[in-house]
Design a binder for this molecule. Sequence first.
Ligand code: ATP
Ligand code: BTN
Length: 309
Amino acid sequence: MLRTTKGVLACLEEAQGGFIPAQDLCEKTRISARQLADELTVLRRLGHAIEADPILGYRLARPQVDFDVQQLRQRLASCCIGREIIALPSTTSTNDVAFQLSQNGRSEGVVVFAETQSAGRGRLGRAWVSPNGRGLWFSVLLRPRMPTARLTVAAAVALTRVVAGQARIKWPNDIVVNDRKLAGILTEARGEIVVLGIGLNVYADAPWPAQAISLEELLGERPDRTELAARVLMELDRCYSQAAQDFDGLLEEWATRCVTLGKQIELQIGGRRLVGLAYALDENGALIVRRDNGQTERVYGADVTLVHG
Ligand code: ATP
Ligand code: BTN
């Protein structure tokens, strides 16, 4: 989001639902009336409901109440993942917030949701589009006693169990439906802390990237985000336990839903290309690639770009 767009949003948020005259908005953010009109268009496209009144100016409409964090807390009371839930109207990246919380000694299982992210990210620093109130953008703080890549496997299985139907796993971290991306997983480790970030596109009415799909478009009906979040977190809790106790079982399920295994793939690993057959995942969650000459190599999703496959 541009600095001026952020500035306009910040002024509207500061007014806490009250109107601000257009002139005040322009003065505070040091932009012209024409620029203001452009910024308001951008914000509306990003899903912010902004009301206009010819005399009073502009205001942020009350947030939709389709995400009920109290209800979510009650549903997850007995789970490890979700024992504490923080819901923010907006932030840079929920992964960053989760790391900050870990520095304050927060325990494993804390989940941070944001209605929108101004700097949501995917692997390798790619931008993750997170329109306001149109998806589930959240991160889980973990202190796992297992290899980090197993968590991506656990999250992918959890998401496909919830979405079911045609949802498939594209190694390493995408949930796709016919090559269109429904959800992404970003697993980041710093020391003994791992933050598992998940972005799931829920509603259709948002400026999604061309290759994206939303759950509403997939199902043909509008899902309830609270219900969806509860189901995803409960399933994640189960898969997290399974990753520690029965990773083989989890892998078996992962393999049945994965579109990458058994395919000829081409990977970019730093400055190097690797071509081969995506053969299997090992016990650490690394992909075993078999080259034409029969040699195998193990690669972790965090380091590579899937060029083809
Ligand atoms: P790879 O196949 O190597 O994983 P990728 O394009 O899926 O490549 P990722 O790092 O996994 O790359 O995901 C980030 C990409 O996801 C971005 O480059 C962008 O194209 C796409 N993207 C960003 N926001 C969304 C979203 N909300 N829904 C779907 N796709 C998105
Ligand atoms: C990818 O496809 O590369 C992963 C996308 C992960 C997006 C989620 S949204 C919540 C969390 N916060 C982020 O900045 N990224 C993850």
